[in-house]
Design a protein around this ligand. Structure first.
Ligand code: GUN
Length: 283
């Protein structure tokens, strides 16, 4: 079964739109998301446009600051500090990657944790890793979207072997923690993992987030595995594809997500729900 992230995201956004309609009466206004985009990275421009479209669908106010490539790090930090104290702003997202002269770490640390809709702030990361009763934190969008896709696909997580390819702060590490929290046995693989196909063939749930086009092939996948493709790569013809070679893996997988139309739309959908969470937390 191919799980459509596009359809699931559309359904969840429609539900959020209904909820947001009630906000002006209850709270006097709708949530407001601010996006900062520095430079001309074509991928980032597409992502930001899609985020703006999603805001329109769920009924948020949104503002995008498109800043030139040569903007200094200090200018970006100053802008964030201003937005942190602006009561009419609920969420702040700085699109990554940033130009090389700007420190991503400093930028992420400067966004107030209450407005950190990406869930990248060290205090949100710490809350994710320090399991305490009732701890609330903003969970990064892509990992949360993956969990929702697995739920939609009816994939049981508890007791299963999950293999995560990639150890990034944005995807690999947080999805590993979310799977662990749901009682999967998790293996995190990376470029130095030995006998990788041997490891991936053990997986009941395989999450590919390494950024290499069509890297996961059918011979690396167990019959009946659930395969989640986080890749946004270009194939040999310059066409968008994932980290999974869909043609050889799909026949073996019990469920699989496509690229495009899988994880990507769910990431944006979870950004919308994180913005609602930030908005409601500050009421
Ligand atoms: N670049 C790629 N993915 C993301 C994301 O989830 N958030 C931000 N801010 N930048 C990204």
């Amino acid at each position: 079964m191919v799980i459509s992230g596009k359809e699931l995201a559309a359904k969840l956004k429609a539900e959020m739109a209904e909820q947001v309609k009630t906000f002006p009466d209850k709270y006097g206004r709708v949530p407001h998301l601010v996006v900062i985009l520095v430079g001309n990275d074509p991928g980032s421009q597409t992502y930001v446009r899609n985020k703006e479209k999603a805001c329109d669908v769920v009924g948020f106010k949104h503002t995008t600051y498109r800043l030139p490539e040569e903007t200094s790090g200090q200018e970006v930090l100053d802008r964030i500090v201003e937005l942190n104290t602006d009561d009419t702003v609920d969420g702040i997202l700085v699109q990554l990657p940033l130009p090389r002269h700007i420190s991503e770490t400093k930028v992420i640390e400067t966004i107030s944790k209450e407005k950190d809709v990406d869930g990248f702030h060290p205090l949100n990361t710490a809350a994710l890793w320090q399991k305490r009763p009732n701890n609330t934190c903003i969970i990064p969008c892509t990992p949360m979207g993956i969990i929702k896709l697995l739920e939609e696909g009816g994939v049981e997580i508890a007791g299963k072997k999950a293999v995560v390819l990639g150890r990034s702060q944005i995807v690999g590490l947080p999805i590993s923690k979310l799977l662990l929290d749901r009682n999967a046995t998790v293996t995190i693989c990376h470029s130095r993992t030995k006998d990788l196909p041997e490891v991936t063939r053990q997986a009941d749930i395989l999450v590919a987030a390494i950024g290499k086009a069509k890297f996961v092939t059918g011979d690396m996948v167990k019959e009946g595995a659930a395969v989640i493709d986080v890749g946004m790569d270009l194939d040999e013809n310059g066409k968008l594809c994932g980290d999974v070679d869909f043609a050889s893996v799909e026949p073996k997988a019990s469920v699989i997500t496509p690229v495009p139309g899988g994880v990507g739309p769910m990431t944006i959908c979870c950004l919308m729900s994180n913005t609602i969470q930030c908005f409601l937390n500050s009421r």
